[in-house]
Design a protein around this ligand. Structure first.
Ligand code: NOJ
Length: 745
């Protein structure tokens, strides 16, 4: 063992005594094993570790028999380090066996797959889950998804997607956690912990924080588009969830497709090396996005894949997903002297380190058990967890005159809309092997919950229809029923990758259907299924109730029906603002004040002539069947020093008639400060449950870190000034107090 390894061993033992999170630290024994592997590996075998190839698409025993010859050869020759999209215990066993018995170095393969919200058990989309604000439930969801993935051979998921998104035109908003960096960071931590567990043992798999970075800031909300943001916005808004991922021990990162200020992420040394490794001490590896190295040619910073590969490896990009630039050109670049072998070795080391941390050298077939696969995939406990998440993701946007919950004695319901009896779209995008046959529709859910009611269903219009439609059948059943439930929204694949929309209003036939059914004059509940916030001012004004269910996954109908009849009391809160119109985008709660904040009395202020500048539904918004009263906000000190904390207390009472959960939210504003600050920033929250008439005193500690920011010299820290503290049920309806931050104390 070399001296530096002994030293590292000593340090590791020393630090691990005080600091439990040692999995991000280097294990000298592993590093020594990697040293010896590097001495025996040929340059081709080293480059092979950096090469990730797609193994088509599909799942099942038949796949195993048909491993194509070129894959067999590449694995045998050690020219592939990882495969994506090879799924199934039997198939991954067949492939791994080639690596472990026929390759010279016996280095195990790493199997990656996009488990965005389940493999076969489709959970709600991540944006939906974020609206639960329930970190332990989100962690549980990630753990369940890891368990199902592990059962079918997958070591590594390309999740969590932690991109902050302020533009709902961008379809990938569905895969993330909304618009707020603070909440986004906490959810990222929960997902990483759920996926990886404490130490990647058991049924845990590797997480991959993506897309590094600022992919969500694409101009015009158009996927893959240009990003140009300041270092301040990058660090304050887009990077915090990635930093949280590193701190939570995420073992891998995926770089994004976009450029930032002229540099595509695959070539961005500032991001991949200076920030990720030097500042944050990340010790895992970075994979490119699909062909993102090759796309540097289109970006216009490389004349060919060879030059693109050179820029990528120099920036710190370790694994090449499907460009094949490394496998084709790295050896040439080495021989020409453009890439030192030490740079290749470093990337190989990072990848091997993760294979060791996954224990694949000792147990290469750990997820290749077909009996376990049969027992774990899409089983009852998976389904129960998916239901729990789908219920907790529901956001009640409107409930006039307590039209909800539906009385269990209701005699007749007209159930209308293209998503009311639909088994495909509730799965959303990235549904992978999600089984449409196992989807419970809203029709089925309501029939189960209200067996004595006459429920009549008419689709009303096709989901994406923009032309003329005959609404007479739908209007007829509305006219003859006591209540209308209209299930509207988007097609499942209208969000997700390459699914940007220029208009986020409802498809026109659905808007017309709504208008038409209004003519019945019947009480009307609208259930929404969609992968992004929608601009729905007509619904907001004229529907009786609106329940946002996002894409709830396979248990859609059960979750929605349980809330409609009051067996489950909705408690979700929006993690993205709903605009009034597409033209209002971007609209997000933590915006700046401007020098001329919108004012009704000042024409020359920052507003629109045709609509309000305010969102239709603000961040943090969500109703319950109960109501809550906030009172007695106290702050323990009037003034605190730069490194002191303040304790904030507030009383929250369930002033309604139902047991209910509430997300108590704490926001701050710093003013004056050396730089302009957002009008409100979420800094803490607690989800509590209260019985009718029960009051709880909720306590928050506001730490110096909570009120720190990048100052006018771009240094992160606290400074003297004043902080206004807002506590309430959403980002707008709050009670507040202030605290002075002073230099001394
Ligand atoms: C492209 C997507 O951007 C990324 O999120 C995904 O993980 C890869 N394809 C692999 O499927």
């Amino acid at each position: 063992m070399k001296f530096q390894h002994l030293l590292a061993l000593f340090l590791l033992l020393f630090i691990s005594t005080f600091y439990p999170q040692t999995r991000t630290m280097l294990d000298p024994k592993v590093e020594a094993k990697i040293d010896s592997l590097l001495t025996i590996m040929s340059i081709d075998e080293k480059i092979g570790q950096l090469n990730q190839l797609a193994y088509g698409w599909g799942w099942g025993p038949s796949q195993a028999a048909t491993v194509p010859d070129d894959y067999k050869r590449l694995i045998r020759e050690g020219k592939v380090g990882s495969l994506l999209n090879a799924v199934g215990a039997k198939l991954t066993y067949e492939l791994q066996k080639i690596a472990m018995t026929e390759s010279r170095t016996r280095i195990p393969l790493l199997f990656g797959f996009d488990v965005i919200h389940g493999v076969k058990t489709t959970f709600p989309i991540p944006l939906a889950e974020s609206c639960s604000w329930d970190l332990s439930l989100i962690e549980k969801s990630a753990a369940m998804q890891a368990k199902e993935a592990a059962a079918c051979g997958i070591h590594w998921t390309f999740t969590p997607m932690v991109d902050i998104a302020r533009d709902p035109r961008w379809g990938r908003i569905a895969e993330g956690n909304g618009e707020d960096p603070f909440l986004g960071s906490l959810i990222t931590t929960a997902r990483v912990k759920g996926l990886q567990g404490d130490d990647l043992s058991g049924d845990h798999i590797l997480a991959c924080a993506k897309h590094f970075a600022a992919y969500g800031a694409a101009e015009g909300g158009r996927d893959y588009n240009t990003v140009d943001i300041s270092e301040r916005t990058l660090r304050e808004t887009y990077l915090p969830p990635f930093k949280a991922a590193v701190d939570a021990g995420a073992q891998t990162f995926m770089c994004s497709f976009n450029e930032i200020a002229g540099i595509p992420s695959s070539a961005n040394k500032h991001l991949l090396t200076e920030i990720l490794r030097d500042e944050w001490k990340f010790s895992g590896f970075v994979v490119s996005d699909w062909n993102s190295i090759g796309e540097m040619v289109n970006h216009g910073i490389a004349k060919d894949n060879k030059q693109a590969g050179l820029k990528a490896i120099r920036a710190g990009l370790d694994m090449d997903m499907e460009t094949r630039a490394y496998s084709t050109y790295l050896k040439e670049l080495l021989n020409e002297g453009s890439v030192p072998v030490s740079l290749i070795d470093e990337s190989v080391r990072r990848i091997l380190r993760i294979k060791f941390r996954m224990n694949l050298f000792a147990d290469p077939y750990r997820f290749c058990d077909e009996t376990k696969e049969a027992a774990e995939v899409a089983n009852a406990s998976q389904r129960a967890a998916a239901l729990e998440l789908a219920q907790s993701s529901l956001v009640l946007l409107k409930n006039t005159n307590n039209i909800l919950p539906i009385s269990k004695t209701t005699k007749s319901i007209a159930l209308i809309g293209p998503l009311a009896n639909n088994r495909k779209d509730p799965l959303g995008s990235w549904e992978q092997f999600g089984d449409t046959n196992s989807v419970v529709t809203v029709l089925e859910g309501l029939q189960k919950k209200l067996p004595d009611a006459k429920i009549t269903y008419v689709q009303g219009c096709p989901i994406n229809e923009t032309g003329k439609t005959d609404f007479s059948a739908a209007l007829h059943i509305a006219n003859v029923s006591d209540l209308v439930v209209l299930v509207l929204g988007e097609e499942g694949h209208y969000s997700g990758e390459a699914a940007s929309r220029s208009s986020i209003e409802l498809p026109s036939a659905q808007s017309q259907l709504f208008r038409e059914i209004l003519k019945s004059g019947k009480p009307m509940v609208v259930v929404l299924m969609n992968g992004r916030p929608l601009a729905i001012p007509d619904l907001q004004q004229n529907a009786g109730a609106i329940l946002e269910s996002w894409f709830p996954g396979i248990t859609a109908g059960d979750a929605i029906a349980s809330a409609l009849v009051g067996d489950f009391n909705p408690s979700g809160k929006l993690t993205v603002s709903f605009p009034r119109a597409t033209g209002q985008i971007p609209v997000y709660y933590n915006h700046k004040n401007t020098g001329r904040p919108a004012s009704e009395t000042n024409h020359y202020s920052s507003k629109y002539l045709d609509i309000s500048e305010k969102p239709l539904y603000p961040f943090g918004f969500g109703l319950s069947y109960s109501t809550f009263t906030y009172s007695n906000l106290t702050i323990d000190k009037k003034q605190i020093g730069l490194s002191e904390s303040a304790t904030i207390k507030v009383d929250v009472k369930n002033s309604g008639n139902y047991p209910a959960s509430e997300v108590v939210q704490l926001y701050i504003n710093r003013n004056p400060a050396s730089v302009t600050r957002p009008v409100r920033e979420l800094k803490n929250f607690q989800k509590i449950t209260l019985q009718p008439n029960e009051t709880k005193s909720v306590v928050f500690i506001l730490t110096p870190e909570n009120i720190s920011f990048y100052n006018d010299k771009m240094q992160f820290g606290n400074e003297p000034g004043q902080v206004t503290i807002f506590v309430g049920t959403n980002s707008v309806e709050t009670i507040n107090g202030t605290v002075i931050i002073s230099e001394k104390k």
